[in-house]
Design a protein around this ligand. Sequence first.
Ligand SMILES: *Cc1c(COP(=O)(O)O)cnc(C)c1O
Length: 373
Amino acid sequence: MMTPGPVLIPEKVRITYGAPAIHHRTPLFEKDLRFVLDSLPKIFQTQQPAYIHTSTGTGGMESALVNTLSPGDTVLVLEIGKFGQRWTEIAQALGLSPIVLASEWGHPANLEEVQKALDQNPNIQAVLCQACETSTGVLNPIQELGKIVSQTNAILIVDAIAALGATDLPMDEWNLDIIIGGSQKALMLPTGLSVLSFSQKARDRFSKSQLPKFYWSIEREHKANLKNQTFCSSPVSLIWALKASLEIILEMGLPSYIKRHEIIGKAIRSYGNSLGLHVLAQTPSPTATAFLLPDSISGDRLQSIMAEKYGITIAGGQDHLKGKIIRMGHMGDLKKEDIHSVFYKLSQALNELGHTCHFEKQESLLEGLPELP
Ligand SMILES: *Cc1c(COP(=O)(O)O)cnc(C)c1O
């Protein structure tokens, strides 16, 4: 599985996930939850608490909005792909007023336009963006966005579902107000958890925010967390799995874990280029790559040959890029040999479809790759 979520789960995490679950309101589990709640802020690189929702990543996106905004609030959406569009859809569903700044797919957000939109609309309450836009493999200039938005009253909300842990996003240092992560991406877990953290500027909105909320209420969650509990029933197996994956990441050290994704990302782009494929993203993400296919090749057929003949799941394009690109994730428990072998098989499949290319194993691409302990 080389998809940008879900990803291959390390064995240690799988074993923990499969252990017989215990009741969540017990001292034994509460101790493990405390460990997770204490460790998570290290991944966000923040002094603020981090929270866990039993939901997919999108639930975390909705939670970020309902905890900090009020009906009718104007928000600026930096729509650089499919997941940017999701921000607009959630904002509309919640009765917010989104202003959409769209970029051509493959491009990052345009900082000058962001600055201009903020200058022209001083009532913007929040700027919504993706760190890595998984539909195109683009990495946004998050540090620069943090600088721009911190000069205003707006908060910067970063969907880092395919980035948190795997890319450098120092929340406090870069003035990022809300970061959202998801379990089945760089955290190497099964699907089912979203995690998020709020800056002081964002926390000051909790008591003023008037969007309706019950399950998503961070204030309720915060109160429960102070007692080493979650507000509703804890997903015990997933929290245990999160504990195991945090142990892996912290044992490696966050900088090594980030470096690992950079190296794999570079290797994948370079291997793709060597087979005559071009990277779609102008500013490529270290967690996912989209390759443009030659016109003569159907992405759907390539995907099905890879799956049926070679047993490898890769992702296709969405919307107008359907059939025109393939996407690969670089997260999870990938071994060096897996990566070499995927490109060997991809070269075979491309040749079968009439795109002549030659695979040459390049060990040097993955030299010095920090391995998962
Ligand atoms: C995967 C992903 C999501 C959606 O996550 P779900 O867990 O499917 O809700 C949102 N944003 C980005 C950038 C993603 O990669």
